[in-house]
Design a protein around this ligand. Structure first.
Ligand code: NI
Length: 136
C-alpha cells in the first residue's frame, strides 16, 4: 500500500453564524469569522489517495486525472464562491470541518472508479489551521 497526494488551491468567502444565537454570542464564539458581510480565505487542499502500484504504469493513480477530477468536482464548485449561499449541496455551516467532509463526499466514489481509494482530505483554512478527514 502506498499513499500519494495532490495539492490544489481555491479562494472562497464565508461567514460562521448560528441563527439560533444572538449576534453577541455569534461574535463571542466565531470572532472575525462571524463578520456579517462575509470574509475570504485562501484554502489549500491536499487529497491523499492510497492503493497498490499498477505494474504497467508504476502509479497508484494518474495524478493528472486526479488533478482534473479535483478541479472539476471541487475547485470549480468552490473557487471564488460564497460557501454559505453559492454552493449546491452545502446546506451546512461552512466551517473548515464541514467543507472538508463536503469535499470527501464529492471525491470518494469517483476516486474508487479510477482505481484508488481516497485516504484523507487535508484542508488548510489559514497557515495555522487545518482539518483532516478520513471518512469517519
Ligand atoms: Ni473564516
Amino acid at each position: 500500500m502506498i499513499y500519494i497526494t495532490r495539492k490544489e488551491h481555491f479562494n472562497a468567502a464565508h461567514k460562521l453564524f448560528n441563527p439560533n444565537w444572538s449576534e453577541e454570542k455569534n461574535a463571542t464564539i466565531f470572532g472575525k469569522c462571524a463578520n456579517k458581510n462575509w470574509h475570504g480565505h485562501n484554502y489549500d487542499l491536499y487529497v491523499t489517495v492510497k492503493g497498490e502500484i499498477n505494474p504497467d504504469t508504476g502509479f497508484v493513480i494518474n495524478l493528472k486525472d486526479l488533478g482534473d477530477l479535483i478541479r472539476t468536482d471541487v475547485t470549480e464548485v468552490l473557487d471564488h464562491k460564497n460557501l454559505n449561499i453559492d454552493v449546491e449541496g452545502m446546506n451546512i455551516m461552512p466551517s473548515t470541518e464541514n467543507v472538508a467532509i463536503f469535499i470527501w463526499n464529492k471525491l470518494a466514489a469517483k476516486i474508487s472508479i479510477m482505481g484508488g481509494t481516497l485516504h484523507g482530505i487535508k484542508l488548510y483554512e489559514t497557515e495555522n489551521n487545518y482539518v483532516e478527514y478520513f471518512g469517519e
